[in-house]
Design a protein around this ligand. Structure first.
Ligand SMILES: Nc1ncnc2c1ncn2[C@@H]1O[C@H](COP(=O)(O)OP(=O)(O)OP(=O)(O)O)[C@@H](O)[C@H]1O
Length: 313
């Protein structure tokens, strides 16, 4: 059985469409990267999965997590889902932590509420902090968030996300605010821990290279729609995903101007019945303006593109 099945998920916020017919599945322990330009719907997808959309949101479609319909969870079942089944790590740790609460109290807070064995969880917290590369974990537990650097605090947040041994960790650009070396250290440690725990990961990022490096598959969003789900750079087939790969800055040459995809993305609300990427696509066909094909298998990738369909004859 899949850990997660998202089927035909559409979300409107304050009456404005932001996600359309999003569908994908995840196996237990799998890592899925979610990439796309700003405003493509990455964070909204995560929030919908964790039942964290604002009250003004209207959602259709289904999210099935470990056999349960997430939209039907209420009361104790919803608390259990948020405590033990999914965890969230946000981009900015300082906005997600109470500034006047000590790190140790923050880590043990949810356990205290649930009446679990505090001393056992304290030991686990210390172990996780050390495994996340925090040397003097005992002392850090007694400190306040302002006493920790952004990098240390994000390590604490990831430890806190893994502490309940969730089935799924939702990470929204968890290392974007860190410098590149720290970013790769933190991600490598987090990845090792979540594999040991068999915790699946959804990793939202702007960086398609990073997503391909860390994740089993990468889902590409554009104007609130899934355009491709690919396991590797070699398998990538959609012109938009290829454009994202081609616009990475080269590591060995200095360019006067960074390569980029011509034009700007449209909002989900601006897309008609055609492919939302048609306005920027260098290889668009006439039919791309009228309809967006279904997501279909093309070798190891899942892609929705008329050009790919035409190439298959
Ligand atoms: N609370 C809200 N009310 C109304 N619209 C919103 C709200 N939050 C997000 N949106 C809109 O939903 C769309 C998707 O936003 P989302 O935050 O998911 O994008 P994103 O891909 O995560 O972007 P970024 O990479 O900039 O974080 C955007 O057009 C955004 O303006």
């Amino acid at each position: 059985m899949n850990l997660l099945t998202v089927d035909d998920l559409s979300v409107d916020l304050a009456g404005v469409p932001v996600l359309r017919e999003v569908g994908f599945t995840m196996a237990h322990g799998e890592a899925l990267g979610v990439v796309g330009e700003s405003g493509s719907g990455k964070s909204i997808t995560l929030r919908a999965l964790a039942r964290l959309l604002p009250d003004s949101a209207r959602q259709t479609g289904t999210i099935t997590f470990d056999g349960k319909d997430v939209s039907k969870l209420r009361g104790a079942a919803l608390r259990e889902f948020r405590r033990h089944e999914v965890s969230f790590v946000f981009q900015d740790p300082r906005s997600a932590i109470n500034p006047i609460q000590r790190i140790g109290d923050f880590l043990l807070e949810s356990v205290r509420d649930a009446g679990e064995d505090v001393s056992a969880v304290r030991t686990q917290s210390l172990q996780l902090l050390r495994r996340m590369g925090i040397d003097d974990a005992e002392r850090r537990m007694t400190q306040y968030p302002f006493e920790l650097s952004g990098g240390l605090l994000q390590r604490v947040m990831i430890a806190s996300g893994l502490l309940p041994r969730p089935k799924l960790l939702l990470a929204d650009e968890p290392t974007t605010a860190l410098d590149v070396t720290t970013q790769s250290d933190v991600l490598a440690l987090a990845d090792e821990l979540r594999r040991e725990q068999d915790t699946a990961l959804i990793f939202v990022t702007h960086d398609i290279d990073l997503a391909l490096a860390i994740c089993d598959r990468v889902l590409v969003l554009y104007a609130g729609r899934v355009l491709e789900i690919s396991p590797s750079q070699a398998a990538v087939s959609h012109p938009y995903t290829k454009g994202l790969l081609d616009s990475r800055p080269p590591i060995d040459t200095r360019l006067d101007r960074l390569p980029s995809i011509e034009g700007t993305p449209i909002a989900a609300a601006e897309a008609g019945s055609g492919c939302p990427f048609v306005f920027r696509c260098p290889v668009a066909l006439p039919q791309c303006r009228d309809s967006l094909p279904d997501l279909v298998e093309h070798g190891p990738t899942l892609v929705r593109c008329h050009l790919v369909e035409a190439s298959r004859g």
